[in-house]
Design a protein around this ligand. Structure first.
Ligand SMILES: Nc1ncnc2c1ncn2[C@@H]1O[C@H](COP(=O)(O)OC(=O)CCCC[C@@H]2CCSS2)[C@@H](O)[C@H]1O
Length: 373
C-alpha cells in the first residue's frame, strides 16, 4: 500500500531517519523505499541528483521507484543525433533528457519502471541489486527465466533484454539505476532509437542495441504495479525494514530544498544538447536541378552543440559560391538546431540579392540542412 510522505517530517525522514540498532557481527543495513508521484523525467532525475548530493547514506540505503511519460534518456557522454530520431521525437512531443550517469540510450514510458539504488560508494553493488530484482520477479512468477549478465543487463529467456543499467559514483555516495520493461511500446521504442542522421563522426559513447521484451508478454499479471510491490517487499525483507513505499513529490522544496533549480538545469538546451562531445557531420544532400539530381557536400564541426566549422559546397552554377560562403560564415557559432536555423536563415536571406530563383534554391538548401539537425 502507498502512504503519502508527510510534508512535516519529510526532510527529517530523508536525512535523519532513526535506524535499528546495529549489532557487532550482524550489521543491519537499514533502508528507505521511495516512489515519485511525478511522471516528469527532469523532475525525477532531479530527485536522483538531490539524494546523491544531499543525503547522508552512511548506514542507510535508499530505493527510489519512478516512471516517466514518454521520454528518451541518453547517457552523460552521448550524442543525441547519433542515438535517436530527433525529428520523430519533436513531432511526437517526446521529451529528451541527458542523465548524469554514463552508458547508452533508453526509452521510457509508463510501462517502464526505473529503479535507483542509493548507497555509500563502499556499499555500491550492482549485481546484488539485480539479484534482488530477479528474486522479486521469481516470487511473483517462479517460472520466469531472468538472468543478470556481465554488463548488468537483465535478460529474459537468455536473449531478450528487460533491463539496462547505468551508475554514478560520487566522492562518498553512489547510485545504480536501471530500467525494467513491463509493458512499454516496443515498436515506438525501436523507431525512436533509430538515428536517420548520416555521416556523424564522434567519440561519444555508443549505445549497444538489444532485442527487448516486456514482462507482460511472458506473464500478463506482471504489471508495473505488481512488479514494484514485489521488489519493494524483497528490498524491505533484505534490509529488515518496514515494507512501506513513501510517496514523494519531486517539486516539494520543503522536502528537497533547491530541487526545482536542479530540474530546470536538466531541461536546458545547454545540458541536453550542449554537453554532446565534439563531433562532425560529413554528408551530402541531393537537390533536383533541371530534373536531375545534384550533389551538395556538407562538412560541419560541432562543439558544445554549436557549429564551429561549416563548409557547404554547392555547384557554382546552382548556387553562386559567394552565396554559399555567406551561409557558411553565417552559421558559425549557432546552435546545431532546426529552430535556430529557421531564424538564422530568414535573417541571412535578407542579405541575398532580390531574385526569386535564388531565394527558392536558398530555401530548398536550408530545409535540407535543417533536416540533418
Ligand atoms: N527501457 C529500456 N529498458 C531496457 N532496454 C532498453 C530500454 N529502452 C531501450 N532499450 C534497449 O537497450 C539498448 C541500449 O542499451 P545500452 O546498454 O547501450 O544502454 C542502457 O541499457 C542504459 C540503461 C540506462 C538506465 C537508466 C536508468 C534510469 S534513467 S536511464 C537500446 O538500444 C535498446 O535496444
Amino acid at each position: 500500500m502507498l502512504i503519502p510522505f508527510s510534508r512535516k517530517n519529510g526532510f527529517q525522514l530523508l536525512c535523519n531517519l532513526k535506524f535499528p540498532a546495529v549489532g557487532f557481527k550482524n550489521i543491519v543495513q537499514s533502508g528507505l523505499i521511495l516512489q515519485s508521484i511525478s511522471n516528469d523525467v527532469y523532475q525525477n532525475l532531479a530527485v536522483e541528483d538531490w539524494i546523491h548530493d544531499h543525503m547522508n547514506l552512511e548506514g542507510r540505503s535508499v530505493l527510489f521507484f519512478w516512471r516517466n511519460s514518454p521520454s528518451v534518456v541518453i547517457g552523460r557522454h552521448q550524442n543525441p543525433w547519433q542515438e535517436c530520431n530527433l525529428n520523430l521525437l519533436r513531432e511526437e512531443g517526446i521529451k529528451l533528457a541527458r542523465r548524469r550517469s554514463g552508458g547508452g540510450t533508453v526509452y521510457h514510458d509508463m510501462g517502464n519502471i526505473n529503479l535507483t539504488f542509493f548507497t555509500t560508494k563502499k556499499k555500491y553493488d550492482r549485481m546484488k541489486n539485480l539479484k534482488l530484482i530477479v528474486r522479486a520477479l521469481n516470487t511473483v512468477q517462479p517460472q520466469l527465466d531472468v538472468q543478470a549478465t556481465g554488463r548488468f543487463d537483465l535478460l529474459l529467456d537468455g536473449q531478450f533484454k528487460i533491463s539496462g543499467t547505468a551508475s554514478k559514483i560520487g566522492r562518498t555516495a553512489a547510485y545504480h539505476h536501471c530500467t525494467l520493461l513491463c509493458s512499454t511500446d516496443g515498436t515506438f521504442l525501436a523507431s525512436l532509437l533509430r538515428s536517420p542522421y548520416q555521416g556523424i563522426r564522434s567519440t561519444a559513447t555508443a549505445s549497444i542495441p538489444s532485442l527487448v521484451k516486456n514482462l507482460v508478454e511472458k506473464d500478463p499479471t506482471l504489471t508495473c504495479e505488481v512488479v514494484i510491490d514485489a521488489i519493494a517487499a524483497e528490498y524491505a525483507a533484505f534490509h529488515h525494514i518496514e515494507n512501506h513505499i513513501h510517496l514523494i513529490n519531486p517539486t516539494d522544496e520543503t522536502l528537497f530544498p533547491g530541487i526545482n533549480s536542479k530540474a530546470k538545469e536538466l531541461q536546458t538546451w545547454e545540458w541536453i544538447y550542449g554537453k554532446t562531445p565534439k563531433f562532425s557531420v560529413n554528408t551530402s544532400l541531393n537537390v533536383l536541378h533541371e530534373e536531375s539530381p545534384l550533389e551538395i557536400k556538407v562538412f560541419i564541426d560541432i562543439k558544445n552543440g554549436r557549429i564551429e566549422v561549416c563548409n557547404i559546397e554547392a555547384p557554382d552554377h546552382w548556387l553562386p559560391l559567394e552565396i554559399c560562403d555567406r551561409l557558411n560564415s553565417g552559421f558559425i557559432g549557432s546552435k546545431f538546431c532546426p529552430m535556430e536555423m529557421t531564424m538564422l536563415t530568414s535573417i541571412l536571406r535578407r542579405t541575398c540579392p532580390e531574385d526569386d530563383g535564388l531565394h527558392s534554391k536558398w530555401n530548398i538548401l536550408c530545409e535540407k540542412i535543417k533536416a540533418i539537425m
